[in-house]
Design a protein around this ligand. Structure first.
Ligand code: NOJ
Length: 747
């Protein structure tokens, strides 16, 4: 039995045992749904079937779409957020079309709807799937409150190149972390299927899109099948197992095959291996773009290739609606292929309960937007996602000892920009900026001199702001990137702080007062050169609506920072790609000399002949999983419950975690494993478990983490996923570069 069917069974069971008195689903059992799909399909004409496979973007007057809706030529609409219009579209479909099939209304609800949460990269920095699930649930409650029942999220693209603007939209570089976030978001969005607040998730972009050559969006990828299977596909598989109802194909071609026409990934892997029975939609015009790729001659040709490869719905190419009928009549596409696609679409509509509840209650929906508990959850998410990268002891600030706070920098009061990319629906009027939060908290103490009006601004003199810094007790500089500098189609070749921000920070430092830099950005910027210009640095991937209060709470010690880097921070962009789980090389870096230490006259022999850069060495600025706290954590007594494990066993690692400092705090405990010898070379380390642990100041606790040995399986030389027996090492640590390994064997 496949995954969505499993999920509906379990949600029905949940509903049966629930005696909350809330509205109970009437969608019926799995078998009922399949028979409803079949009965409806049997009544459909070929043209009505193809209509279901057509998705259009809304815009303008209702009358623009009314005829097509009446004729059953549109199965889904994206980008309509007006609930009154949505109800009217649904009414036309349900009451005026021959078969009364409701529309599936989609939207990019990526990190919150009205209440905007931190960007997904920031959510990943929390290492807190429960919090992320709760945030996705809130996004679903708000979006479905306006009639949206399908979000194009989560984005599961592993991203190891910070030049790529869309790194902001995913969980970063790591397969394991990405998979856990994927499951959490799918659960949060979809909730209990057929409940009116349930929103179908769409896992995207299938697949490899984040490995775009040179970090240039939409560019080609060249991932081997082994890389795909070991690194890029597992988050998608985890999301499918969690019941994700839909999936989006990606824009890129991998090794010459565009995803929207790739039978191997869409059929062999997704349907046959994973048993996915949800809906596959193209990305926006990605079917048409196969012509530009040179993978098809015209719209008819690419429509034929896409549908035969396993695409069910066309987003905005109009290739299906224009050509599928003819392609079926000519025999190039079998009607059974169309039937299967339509089944996948109708199944989602039945599962969501759209036939029973096509309309949204406009007033009730309006009342949940920006609800107090939503704002509260957004604040908590922003707090957990902030990463403390440097602290020379200046943080947390003691408000009692401060009379004047200078707030400066282009992100201090940028209500739109702190929302980050893909926040169409977040109204900047609701954003609480750091400036506003600090002014409310410390009336009369805050002096605001922006220094730079926006992140890209260039200026050479900062006399006004430096003078203000001299008069202040502490300088809080809010720097980073405007929202527009990351996200789709917004790649950068230079990822230093943009504009004159580094110069501003250096000027502030020259005033001689403590300087705390808070960076709000869509990617890990190369901030190494800025670290000497501040006494502390807090990194906050665009933190959303409640970023201001969250950051103020951290700076003034109400909240102890606990975020960890979900991606490696580089010293310079020339290190790309650099990620912690790289394969073991034959010549690992061994502390060899840097350019400045080398006797160049001695020629080649003076060099180390290992894998590193003469100018920037072998290491990043901050490793994956890194983040400081106001307290210090210590790991001790790390031990395993056995020396050798069977391949179907479970390992338990026990250790003591101590909070040695003066603050209560939360540590993200991380467990990494290295497979010493494989049939193919293996990563130096891979994250296999993590857990957030709260400890009081001075507290020590014995903890244990269990890892099924099956988690160590990978696709080796024979292309079969299995655990290869042999020697392993395991680390329990607070980041990917710390700790001492313990050894074990698998038989
Ligand atoms: C293109 C983007 O690649 C995709 O992520 C998004 O969901 C669609 N446009 C729809 O807006």
């Amino acid at each position: 039995m496949n995954n969505i069917r499993n999920l509906i069974l379990s949600s029905l069971l949940l509903l049966l045992v629930s005696c909350s008195g809330q509205k109970v689903s009437t969608v019926g059992s799995t078998a009922d749904i399949e028979s409803r799909v079949d009965r409806l399909l049997a009544r459909m004409t070929l043209s009505e079937k193809i209509g279901q496979m057509n998705q259009v973007s809304a815009g303008g007057e209702i009358s623009n779409y009314a005829d097509a809706l009446r004729e059953g030529k549109i199965g889904s609409m994206l980008n309509e957020v007006d609930p009154v219009k949505i109800n009217e579209y649904q009414r036309i479909c349900v009451e005026e079309s021959r078969l009364g099939i409701p529309l599936l209304i989609g939207r990019d609800v990526i990190h919150g709807f009205h209440t905007v949460f931190p960007i997904p990269l920031g959510l990943a920095a929390t290492f807190d799937p429960e919090l992320v699930e709760a945030g996705a649930r809130i996004a679903a409650v708000e979006a479905t409150g306006q009639g949206i029942r399908w979000t194009f999220s989560p984005m599961l693209d592993i991203a190891r190149d910070p030049r790529w603007g869309r790194m902001a939209e995913g969980s970063g570089e790591d397969t394991y972390l990405d998979a856990r976030m994927a499951e959490a978001m799918v659960r949060g969005y979809q909730g209990s299927l057929s409940d009116p607040t349930s929103m179908a998730a769409c896992i995207k972009h299938f697949v490899g899109y984040g490995a775009a050559e040179g970090g240039r969006d939409y560019n080609s990828t060249f991932l081997t099948e082994r890389q795909l299977r070991n690194v890029y596909l597992p988050p998608f598989e985890a999301a499918v197992k969690a019941g994700a109802m839909t999936l989006m194909t990606s824009f890129n071609d991998n090794d010459g095959v565009p995803s929207t026409g790739n039978t191997f990934i869409l059929k062999d892997v997704l349907r046959d291996e994973w048993g996915f029975d949800g809906l596959v939609v193209t990305d926006w015009n990605s079917m048409g773009e196969m012509i530009a790729h040179g993978f098809g001659t015209d719209h008819k040709d690419v429509a034929c290739k896409a549908v035969n490869a396993g695409v069910d719905m066309d987003m905005m190419t109009f290739g299906f609606i224009s050509h599928l009928e003819e392609l079926v009549r000519s025999g190039a596409v079998k009607e059974s292929v169309i039937d299967q696609a339509v089944r996948n679409i109708l199944r989602v509509k039945f599962l969501l309960g759209l036939f029973e509840n096509p309309y949204v209650d406009v007033e009730a929906g309006a009342s949940v937007q920006y609800a107090a508990e939503h704002l509260d959850a957004a604040r908590r998410s922003a707090e957990e996602s902030a990463i403390l990268l440097k602290n020379d002891g200046v943080l947390p600030l003691n408000a009692d000892r401060i009379r004047t706070i200078l707030v400066t920098g282009p992100m201090a009061d940028a209500p739109h920009d702190q929302l980050g990319t893909w926040s169409f629906d977040g109204d900047k009027g609701h954003t609480v900026t750091p400036l506003r939060a600090l002014q409310e908290r410390f009336p009369g103490k805050v002096v605001y001199v922006p220094g730079l009006a926006y992140s890209r601004e260039k200026r050479s003199r900062f006399d006004d702001v430096v003078a203000a810094a001299r008069r202040a007790d502490v300088v809080l500089a809010f720097l980073g990137e405007e929202a527009i500098l990351s996200g789709e189609a917004h790649s950068l070749a230079d990822i230093n702080l943009i504009g004159s921000q580094s110069e501003l920070l250096a000027a502030l430092k020259s005033a001689g007062k403590p300087v705390v830099a808070t960076v709000m950005a869509g990617r890990p910027l190369t901030i190494g050169r800025d670290l000497p210009s501040c006494d502390a640095m807090l990194y906050s991937f665009h933190p959303g609506t409640m970023g201001g209060p969250a950051l103020a709470n951290i700076l003034f010690g109400d909240v102890n920072p606990s975020g960890k880097t979900p991606v490696t921070f580089l010293r310079t962009v020339g290190q790309v790609p650099m990620y912690y789980s790289h394969n073991m090389t034959g010549r690992p870096y061994n502390g060899e000399k840097m350019l400045s230490e080398i006797d160049m006259e001695a020629g080649q022999t003076s060099l180390g002949n290992t894998s590193y850069y003469l100018d920037y060495g072998a290491y990043p600025l901050f490793p994956f999983g890194y983040g400081l706290s106001y307290t210090t954590f210590r790991y001790s007594d790390i031990s395993l419950d056995a020396e050798t494990y069977p391949a179907d066993g479970t390992l338990t690692v026990t250790f003591t975690l101590s909070n040695d400092g003066n603050f209560d705090g939360t540590e993200v405990v991380q467990v990494y494993v290295r497979d010493r010898v494989g049939s193919v070379t293996r990563p130096v380390k891979e994250l296999k478990a993590f857990e957030r642990v709260n400890l009081k100041a001075g507290e020590s606790r014995s903890l244990s983490v269990r890892i099924p040995i099956a988690e160590l399986a990978f696709f080796g030389l024979d292309g079969v996923k299995k655990v290869e027996p042999g020697d392993f090492q395991l680390w329990v640590a607070g980041d990917s570069a710390s700790g001492e390994p313990v050894s074990f064997k698998v038989q």
